[in-house]
Design a protein around this ligand. Sequence first.
Ligand code: URA
Length: 191
Amino acid sequence: MSREEEMKKLEEGIKECRRCELWKTRTKPVAGEGSLSAKLMLVGEAPGYYEDLKGIPFVGKAGKVLDELLGSVGLGRSDVYIANVLKCRPPGNRNPVTEELKACTPYLDAQIEIIEPAVIATLGNFSLGYIFDKFGLKKDKISKLHGKVFKVSTIAGITKIIPLYHPAVATYNPGMKGVLTDDFKVLARCF
Ligand code: URA
């Protein structure tokens, strides 16, 4: 199967998914968006209010910040692939719970296998936690790890993992925009 066919099949599975309780409250699941041959994959936490309505990742306030950060290093959405750890919105944007993570993360694993990105940037704590565990990296506070480059061996070769703050932090703490902008410069030099 081609990448496109594999992703289409996966997305169809996500549309029908009832592996956890979140299907009951979702409007639309949010599989992911972007280029299937992207070198860079960005992994957020979970859809929020607007993402749930539209079925597209990062279309709310945090998405606007993400678009600006990508633009600051000459990238657009069509150059990258954007996914989330959870594909359905937790009610009220609460944190994901263990059963939801267990049920949903095989979809993210499959997306990583299909795209085989050279670089995975984690956006926020949940994404950092999942990706660091998956690749056997030692977790620490995001304040210590952000903007650092970690290399792991995968069947696709060497993959670089870069933890970043979640773009939403810049919406409630404008001072963090500079930190994110600097980290995106590091990211852009990695591929
Ligand atoms: N926050 C996320 O982590 N993901 C989205 O898609 C939107 C907001």
